[in-house]
Design a protein around this ligand. Structure first.
Ligand SMILES: Cc1ncc(COP(=O)(O)O)c(C=O)c1O
Length: 417
């Protein structure tokens, strides 16, 4: 980036896809045909038999629980560090969420903690491939099989990641994905479920088909937001506009990006009332999805190249802990999450050197007021929540940006010591 200013994130949505969106938003054609095509292509990409577009991953997860007959008196094991809307869905079925700790450096569910959380009421586990990192699926599947527990993969941050050469989403009983504007691939808004179980797919599809189509005006707003993100994070614009605003905002105690996107609500004070339960997919979402799926290897490939470069460059910085990955996992580096005891100091130092970072929006849910009834200590999630920092890893970084970042991290850590 000119002048060494590096945004925390950059969208995969392109101006070409904005034009494509406009065409589909303005036409009056049917929605179903191209949605079915996207579902088929997506299922093929993952290696699953069935895929169904859903309005949100959380609602897809809820429908999967219902489709598998999970409800009153049952327990569902979720990692302590995940997106809060997922455990929030479990009580809506009558079941209880049970938190299991994560690996401190992998950030994904620890198989031993999963096994320890099992009771005779456990019906499902949600291995969440957080930050693009696949869970240790052999261990999880072996434990699940022994106890007759369903495996629902959370691929919301990991579309395209692989474990033992198979794509995540093809490793358990069923899976969900999400494609908001900040994800590695986007459909503007919307999500997907996949499964090999025809009865589960039919049950989800019946619930979706009973709802109304998504609102075209809202989708048009997403197109505008996507374009605005593209422009704002463009090197020629970012250094002179957004970065100074972020620096000044933080000096005044407010982060404008957090304010705009709600990321600062790491401790969420309420479960949102709206679960996006309504919204059959529109043609425009599928058209953008097909375009993005056609580019996914390039988009993920750039993340992987950048992530590996950071893994190598930051491996031996004193006081900084870099991520680790389960054996046989091929992460897509949706995020590059490092730990430092003075995380906020590190973020401040990096900002002063032109690198913007974020604490993201994951929390230790096992010690969260929203889940007070289901509290259980998960020390790794508690520590990660205090120490983690997302270092930029998005596909638009260049070699020299990566070099600049590595130097900035080293200098920032030194300045704090
Ligand atoms: C790990 C994880 N799971 C689930 C979700 C929920 O996705 P949605 O907003 O589509 O419900 C998210 C959202 O970003 C997420 O990051």
């Amino acid at each position: 980036m000119p002048f060494g200013r590096i945004p925390r994130f950059s969208p995969s949505f392109s101006p070409k896809e904005a034009l494509l969106s406009a065409r589909y938003l303005l036409r009056d054609g049917p929605d179903d045909e191209i949605v079915a095509k996207f579902e088929t292509e997506f299922a093929r990409y993952i290696g699953a038999d069935h895929a169904v577009m859903v309005p949100s991953a959380r609602y897809g997860f809820y429908l999967l629980l219902k489709a598998m007959g999970i409800g009153e008196g049952d327990e569902v094991i979720v990692p302590a560090m995940t997106y809060f809307a997922i455990p929030a869905m479990v009580p809506l079925t009558g079941a209880k969420p049970v938190f299991a700790d994560i690996g401190l450096q992998t950030h994904v569910i620890d198989p031993a903690a999963f096994e320890a959380a099992i009771t005779p009421r456990t019906k499902a586990v949600v291995p969440t491939h957080l930050f693009g990192t696949p869970c240790d699926m052999d261990a999880i599947n072996a434990i699940a099989k022994k106890h007759n527990i369903k495996v629902i993969e959370d691929c919301a941050q990991s579309t395209g990641a692989r474990y033992k050469l198979k794509r995540v989403g093809n490793l358990g009983d069923c899976a969900y994905y999400t494609f908001g504007l900040t994800k590695n691939i986007t459909t503007l808004s919307g999500a997907m479920i996949t499964t090999d179980d025809a009865a589960v797919a039919d049950s989800v599809r019946a619930a979706i088909d009973a709802g109304d189509f998504g609102d075209k005006n809202k989708l048009a707003k997403e197109v505008v937001t996507g374009l605005a993100m593209f422009v704002a994070t463009h090197p020629k614009v970012y250094w002179a506009t957004v970065h100074p605003a972020v620096v000044v905002g933080n000096k005044l105690g407010k982060d404008p990006i957090h304010e705009r996107f709600g990321e600062a609500e790491c401790r969420y004070d309420a479960v949102p009332k709206k679960y996006q339960t309504n919204g059959r997919a529109r043609a425009v979402q599928a058209a953008v999805g097909l375009s993005q799926l056609g580019r996914i290897e390039g988009l993920n490939g750039a993340r992987i190249r950048n992530g590996r470069s950071l893994d190598e460059a930051l491996a031996h910085v004193p006081g900084l802990t870099v991520p680790a990955y389960p054996e046989d996992a091929e992460p897509i580096y949706m995020s590059f999450v490092a730990h430092h005891a003075d995380r906020d100091g590190l973020a401040r130092e990096l900002r002063s050197r032109g690198v913007d970072t974020t604490v993201g929006y994951m929390s230790d849910l096992s010690d969260h007021e929203l889940f007070a009834e289901y509290r259980s200590p998960c020390p790794n999630a508690a520590r990660a929540f205090k120490e983690l920092l997302h270092i930029p890893v998005h596909p638009n970084l260049r070699e020299k940006d990566l070099r600049h970042m590595a130097e900035a991290v080293r200098a920032s850590v030194m300045a704090l010591s």
